[in-house]
Design a protein around this ligand. Structure first.
Ligand code: FEO
Ligand code: CA
Ligand code: CA
Ligand code: CA
Length: 502
């Protein structure tokens, strides 16, 4: 089917060719339903779906593969399509409210009807918004610390990029490029750039920011168990020359404690990867002060563990962690516990198309402090993909990889060969290991984000982010996806893809 001898397990599709069509193009036999678009009402209170949907995570209701809650991140807004333009370089108070409301997350209830079509249930008792205006509790060493302005409650979450699910069925959402929103809204930057936790089923579970996991340009979180039963959380820091992180809890996971396991994210050790030595370096105040030695400026900057966490990148580099090519999503293989990291690109290093790195923890133990690594797959014309970003696994050990060539570069110059962004399926074992097969192509100037399967893998959720992002004139949009009848603008939307015949 794919020109390879052995059938690749799970790949029951004929790969598509790169496309520049203004649609979500799928292999024959597959279809998509638009489940929610920017501006859609999500509940009886009249809350609306935010802008630029990113990470999605399905939470089954009663173990169903046909009904559940979908957590959706909303990463950032658009002057053209959301707030309207600034006046004299500034947003008005009303525009700032809109800017903050349309970021954060949505909890929506969705179901597959008798005809197999996925829809949103706006009568849901769970559906609600978490926004840049929602109060958040700080937890961990930086809570109430001088480094965050001595506060323990902060306003809102935004710049929510990717995330992950905890072992206790809550969502972790990653605050990534927080500077522009916090600056626009005159909010205190040290209050953002954290991993936040929300329980989609329980509005009484206080939304919280876990400072023990460090403050940086958080892309995601991938949680697993160490061999001795503690929690390990792997995290990317999406900046050029930034490090890969791992948090290990002090205490062990106890399944019967359910959501109370959230406390595990309040106490533990944050590590950053030194790839030259193959070691995880503990970011402790003692180590940082020893490394800072006689440097008065650094000694003044790093006085407490809270200072280390708030300035995690600087601490990591000071302690010898390796700067890498924009570490985006991280996933732990459920098959061999190797850890996959999408290094999206780094023009400063001439790495134009990025690569996927695979960490092999010693003894296959996520609690190990030593590891080996390999470059698992490279972007470029030969593999057919560029700018790997979000990752997820299917049960046949295929790594589903979405791409994020920036809107200003996509389908131009050295990126023209790839046409629009896409979804690629890459086997992580067997004869076809490391080869990429294209499963989907995005609408014009869109990025496909947040791939998430239902447990039975009959549905794949996907967020189509920023279609038509380079539009300059509202009357002449570069994309009109999802091509709603009577609509006059493109709309970021979450889709449900069906047709999988496993
Ligand atoms: Fe928001 Fe790193 O992508
Ligand atoms: Ca991303
Ligand atoms: Ca990206
Ligand atoms: Ca992006």
């Amino acid at each position: 089917l794919f020109g390879i001898k052995k059938k690749v397990s799970g790949l029951n599709f004929k790969p598509i060719k790169p496309s520049d069509k203004d649609d979500l193009v799928l292999p024959r036999g597959y279809k998509y339903d638009v489940v929610a678009s920017y501006g859609d009402v999500i509940n009886k209170a009249g809350d609306t779906f935010g802008y630029n949907n990113d990470f999605t995570m399905f939470f089954p209701i009663n173990n169903s593969n046909q009904r559940g809650l979908l957590w959706v991140n909303h990463e950032y807004t658009s002057d053209l399509w959301v707030t309207g333009p600034k006046t004299n370089g500034k947003y008005s108070a009303a525009q700032i409210q809109k800017l903050l409301y349309n970021q954060g997350g949505s909890i929506i209830e969705i179901y597959q009807d008798d005809e197999g079509v996925w829809k949103m249930d706006t009568n849901s008792r769970y559906a609600r918004r978490i926004t840049g205006l929602t109060p958040f509790r700080l937890t961990g060493p930086a809570r109430g610390a001088k480094a965050v302005g001595n506060v323990d409650i902060v306003q809102g979450t935004f710049a929510n990029c990717s995330g992950g699910k905890t072992l206790w069925n809550t969502v972790l959402s990653a605050e990534e490029n927080y500077e522009s929103t916090s600056a626009a809204a005159s909010l205190n930057q040290t209050h953002y750039g954290w991993i936040v936790e929300v329980d989609p089923f329980d509005s009484n579970f206080a939304p919280r920011k876990h400072t023990a996991l460090g403050r940086f340009h958080h892309e995601n979180s991938a949680m697993g168990l160490t061999n001795d039963g503690r929690i390990a959380v792997y995290m990317g820091d999406d900046k050029t020359d930034a490090c890969v992180y791992k948090f290990i809890s002090k205490n062990k996971y106890v399944k019967s404690r359910k959501q109370a396991n959230s406390e595990l994210l309040e106490e533990g050790t944050l590590y950053a990867a030194n790839m030259a030595k193959g070691t995880w370096v503990a970011l402790t105040i003692e180590a940082v002060r020893a490394a800072a030695k006689d440097n008065k400026e650094l000694l003044a900057k790093f006085q407490t563990q809270a200072d280390v966490l708030v300035n995690a990148h600087d601490a990591a580099v000071l302690l010898g962690a390796t700067p890498t090519d924009r570490p985006e999503d991280v996933e732990i293989s459920p098959f061999d516990k190797s850890v996959f990291i999408a290094h999206t690109n780094n023009a400063k290093h001439g790495n134009m198309h990025g690569h996927i790195t695979r960490f092999l923890e010693d003894n296959d133990d996520l609690g190990s402090l030593t590891f080996d690594f390999e470059i698992f797959a490279c972007g470029g014309r030969q593999s057919g993909f560029s700018a790997p970003d979000n990752l997820t696994f299917d049960s046949d050990a295929n790594l589903w990889t979405v791409t994020d060539i920036s809107s200003s570069s996509v389908n131009k110059g050295i990126f023209s060969t790839f046409k629009n962004n896409g979804v690629f399926v890459i086997p992580t074992s067997g004869d076809a290991m490391g080869e990429a097969y294209q499963f989907a192509s995005a609408p014009v100037e869109a990025e496909l984000t947040g791939p998430c399967f239902t447990d039975d893998e009959t549905t794949l959720f996907l967020a189509v982010q920023h279609p038509g992002e380079e539009t300059e004139d509202k009357n002449n949009p570069t994309s009109m996806w999802p091509h709603r009848k009577g609509d006059n603008q493109p709309r970021p939307s979450v889709v449900a893809i069906t047709g999988f015949k496993y």
